[in-house]
Design a protein around this ligand. Structure first.
Ligand SMILES: NC(=O)C1=CN([C@@H]2O[C@H](COP(=O)(O)OP(=O)(O)OC[C@H]3O[C@@H](n4cnc5c(N)ncnc54)[C@H](O)[C@@H]3O)[C@@H](O)[C@H]2O)C=CC1
Ligand SMILES: O=C(O)[C@@H]1CCC=N1
Length: 255
C-alpha cells in the first residue's frame, strides 16, 4: 500500500516503524525528527508531495495543527482515504473541515504502538468502501490490535484507548514508590510490577473471568491483600479512575 504520514512525533514515528518494510511509505515532518528514518526504505518529502504520492494519508500532528495542515492538503484528497488520529475530532468535525464527499476514517491508536503492541479503534464515514476500510484495518494491525467501533461508542472508547497508557504509567509509578518506601530497590520494583501487570492482564484475558472474581482469589481472610484493598477503597481508588475517564472524555468533547 502507498501510505503517507504527516507529523513524525510520538505517534507518527510509532506508526511508521510498524509499517516499515511491507509498504511504500511517504513521510513528512516539520522540524528535524526524521533521523531514525534517514537510512530506511521510506520517502521523505513535504506535506503536499506526501499526499500526492499516497492512497492512505495519516495526519499525526497535534490537534491544534489539524486545521492548518488540512487547509494545506485538502484539494489533493480526491479518491484518497484521510485518516485522523487526533483527540476530539469527530467525523462530523472532519467532514466540515475536509468536505463531506471525502473518504475519512477516524481512529484512536495508543503509544504501545511503538513496540508493536498498540490498541487502535477505527470508524469510517460512509464514503469509505469495505475494501478501503479493510486496508486501513490492516495498516493499524501492523503495530498491534485494531477493531472497528460504532460512531456512538467512539468518544468513550477513545479515552480508554488513547489516555489509558498515561493512567497505567501513574499507577506503576505509585506502586513503585510504595515498594521503595517499604525498602525495595527501585529497579527490582519495576521488574516485579511490570511482569505482574502483564501477567494479570493475560490471566484475565485468557480465563475470561470477571476482575472482581480474580481479586477474590488473591484476598485471604484477614490477609495482607485485603488490607491494601481497604486502603485503596478508603482513598477512592475506583472513584478516582471513574473521574479521570470522565474528565478526559469531557475535555475531548470540548476541544
Ligand atoms: N501521544 C499519544 O499518546 C497519542 C496521540 N494521539 C494523537 O496523535 C497526534 C500526534 O500526537 P503526538 O505524536 O503525541 O505529537 P508530537 O508533537 O509528538 O508529534 C507531532 C509531530 O508533527 C510535526 N508537525 C507539526 N506541525 C506540522 C506540519 N504543519 N507539517 C508537518 N509536521 C508537523 C511536529 O514537528 C511533530 O514532530 C495528536 O493529534 C494526538 O491527539 C493519538 C493517540 C495517542
Ligand atoms: O492527550 C493527548 O493529547 C493524546 C490524545 C489521546 C491520548 N493522548
Amino acid at each position: 500500500m502507498k501510505i503517507g504520514i504527516i507529523g513524525i512525533g510520538n505517534m507518527g514515528s510509532s506508526i511508521a516503524k510498524g509499517l516499515l518494510g511491507q509498504n511504500e511509505l511517504y513521510l513528512s515532518n516539520r522540524g528535524s525528527n526524521l533521523e531514525f528514518f534517514k537510512d530506511k526504505e521510506v520517502y521523505i518529502m513535504g506535506n503536499r508531495k506526501v499526499v500526492e504520492n499516497s492512497d492512505y494519508i495519516i495526519l499525526a500532528v497535534k490537534p491544534n495543527y489539524y486545521k492548518e495542515v488540512i487547509d494545506e492538503i485538502k484539494d489533493l484528497l480526491e479518491n484518497k482515504v484521510f485518516i485522523s488520529i487526533a483527540a476530539g475530532f469527530t467525523l462530523e468535525k472532519l467532514e466540515n473541515l475536509l468536505g463531506s464527499d471525502k473518504k475519512i476514517v477516524m481512529t484512536m491508536p495508543n503509544t504501545p504502538a511503538s513496540v508493536g503492541c498498540g490498541m487502535s479503534i477505527l470508524c469510517p464515514n460512509s464514503n469509505v468502501s469495505d475494501d478501503e476500510f479493510s486496508n486501513v484495518l490492516e495498516i493499524f494491525s501492523s503495530f498491534g490490535k485494531a477493531i472497528k467501533i460504532d460512531e456512538n461508542q467512539f468518544d468513550a472508547a477513545s479515552i480508554v484507548n488513547g489516555c489509558l497508557p498515561a493512567f497505567v504509567d501513574l499507577f506503576i509509578e505509585g506502586l513503585s514508590d510504595g515498594a521503595v518506601f517499604c525498602g525495595l530497590k527501585r529497579d527490582i520494583s519495576y521488574k516485579l510490577i511490570l511482569q505482574t501487570i502483564i501477567g494479570s492482564a493475560k490471566l484475565m484475558e485468557e480465563s475470561g473471568e470477571h476482575p472482581g472474581l480474580l481479586k477474590d482469589k488473591v484476598t485471604s481472610p484477614k490477609g495482607t491483600t485485603i488490607e491494601g484493598v481497604k486502603a485503596l477503597e478508603e482513598n477512592n481508588f475506583r472513584a478516582g479512575l471513574i473521574k479521570a475517564v470522565e474528565a478526559s472524555f469531557n475535555k475531548a468533547k470540548n476541544m
